[in-house]
Design a protein around this ligand. Structure first.
Ligand code: DX5
Ligand code: ZN
Length: 225
């Protein structure tokens, strides 16, 4: 951790032919959790991965698995992702009418419940759910792909959510997801995000996972001074 800010590498940009190795490298480099992006080709245009990958990752790391469900009718699938080893089950408010019920079901199984909002969704969509949530995810790209540009408007949403959570005396984490880089990581932390998801900033061809994680940590430490 750097100044209390956690890093959650997203495997979406990893080399899937070497997935176990890449997850182990991220863990050794000090990742706080592993973010797993599940896409169904309906809620978002593309299909990514499902429960077999979550099970496989569960076998190679002790880290919490932060499962980000970008799927329609998430209520049909949350049990399977918890059975597969997911620790934090993140569901989009846009994907269900019943996030409150889902969050209670997730917590009822001793897991952590997350609620996510797309760039076009206001923070008010999460307001009355905050007591039921362990984490909120502010999307700073439109979900579907790694490597997109950070949407600046997400910063105000992080600030607002952090304030709402603190004012209510709640403990939910604020996670930012999409377009996080060495440049904007400290800005996100200053806006109240205490967990940063990063796919292409961690898994890329320009440097190793270890080097990329170290650069993010250094940027956060410098920004925190
Ligand atoms: C976007 C996913 C993100 C994605 C982030 O649909 O939810 O988790 O992997 O990728 P980067 O960090 O490359 O923007
Ligand atoms: Zn994600």
């Amino acid at each position: 951790m750097t100044g209390g800010v956690k890093l959650a590498p997203s495997i979406l940009a990893a080399d899937f032919a070497r997935l176990g190795e890449q997850v182990r490298e991220a863990e050794a480099a000090g990742a706080d959790s592993i973010h797993i992006d599940v896409m169904d080709g309906r809620f978002v245009p593309v299909i990514s991965l499902g429960t077999p990958i979550v099970e496989a990752i569960r076998r190679v790391t002790e880290l919490p698995l932060d499962v980000h469900l970008m799927i329609e009718q998430p209520e049909r699938h949350i049990g399977a992702f918890m059975d597969a080893g997911g620790d934090v089950i993140n569901v989009h408010v846009e994907a269900t009418r019943h996030l409150h019920r889902i969050a209670r079901e997730v917590r009822g199984r001793g897991k952590l419940a997350g609620g996510c909002i797309n760039p076009g969704t206001p923070v008010s969509a999460l307001e009355s759910l905050l007591p039921e949530l362990d984490q909120v995810i502010v999307m700073s790209v439109n979900p579907g792909w790694s490597g997109q540009k950070f949407i600046e408007g997400a910063l105000a949403k992080m600030r607002r959510l952090r304030q709402m959570i603190d004012d209510a005396g709640l403990a939910a984490e604020v996670e930012v997801d999409g377009g996080v880089t060495v440049s904007n990581a400290p800005v996100c932390a200053a806006a109240g995000a205490n967990s940063l998801v990063a796919a292409s900033a961690v898994f890329n061809d320009s440097a190793s996972v270890t080097e990329n994680m170290a650069r993010l940590r250094e940027a956060l430490a410098a920004g925190a001074k």
